[in-house]
Design a protein. Structure first.
Length: 253
């Protein structure tokens, strides 16, 4: 059964909890109230029981969208296409079937449902977000999580584009377009202004810590992690190293 969050958005949580996936992947089902067809965002891992639940809740699926290419969002691509016959769209043509890749700034409409496409590189090169203007909601994939901060997945992700994307999200909040964030993992973000401001300040703080660690003699990304992330559970250090590599690249630019 799906969990209803806004008049047009509900989600089903995939059973793939983990360090990087939190409680699991949120598969979003979007539908205009009273409409017959739906849009599925990030069908998730290739777990038959999960896709069966998504299909049961989504009914007639007009389109499947992907926020980015990571396995926990895309592995069920072929299974959901087989189950629904729906076309799929992503920034990357690799995850697009029977349709065109997504374009920044385009508007998708399905039976009265309006979805505005916002390219949001940073976590990955192909990350994209979706605005539901009628609900003032933003689906962020892994760019913004419901709990904690995300990884900038070097070398595919990059810190400069990431910061620009977060600032773009912040402007959508500032102008009243977005009041709620629907993340790819974790709970709904009810105060997006505070969370996005924290994301920006947190990255600036980490950058300064990385600068200090390098100045003190850290020569590798791992050495920076051992200094800057000393208070973080070491089980997360491999993920932190990806972000540190992105930070080091950013500082060299």
């Amino acid at each position: 059964m799906s969990t209803v969050v806004t008049p047009r958005a509900s989600f089903i949580l995939a059973d793939n909890p983990g360090i990087m996936t939190l409680d699991g992947t949120n598969t979003w089902i979007l539908r205009e109230p009273g409409a017959g067809r739906s849009v599925v965002v990030d069908p998730g891992p290739d777990i038959a029981e999960h896709i069966d639940a998504v299909v049961a809740a989504a009914g007639d699926v007009a389109l499947v969208l992907f926020t980015h290419h990571h396995w926990d969002h895309t592995d069920a691509l072929e299974r959901i296409v087989t189950a629904t016959g729906a076309p799929t769209r992503a920034i990357s043509a690799e995850y697009t079937r029977d349709a065109d890749p997504l374009r920044d700034g385009e508007t998708i409409t399905v039976d009265g449902l309006v979805i505005d496409v916002v390219a949001a590189p940073g976590h990955t090169r192909d990350s994209v977000a979706f605005v539901l203007p009628q609900d003032r909601a933003l689906l962020t994939g892994d760019m913004v999580l419901g709990t904690g901060t995300t990884v900038v997945a070097h070398p595919d992700g990059a810190l400069g584009p990431y910061l620009e994307s977060i600032r773009r999200f912040r402007s959508l909040v500032a102008d009243g377009t977005v009041e709620t964030i629907l993340p790819g993992h974790g709970p709904v973000v009810a105060d997006p202004a505070a969370v996005l401001d924290y994301y920006l300040s947190h990255r600036e703080e980490r950058l300064e810590q990385v600068r200090t660690a390098v100045a003190a003699g850290a020569q590798t990304a791992r050495e920076v992690v051992e200094t800057v992330y000393a208070d973080v559970d070491p089980v997360l250090w491999d993920a932190a190293e990806l972000s540190v590599r992105a930070q080091l690249d950013h500082l060299k630019a």
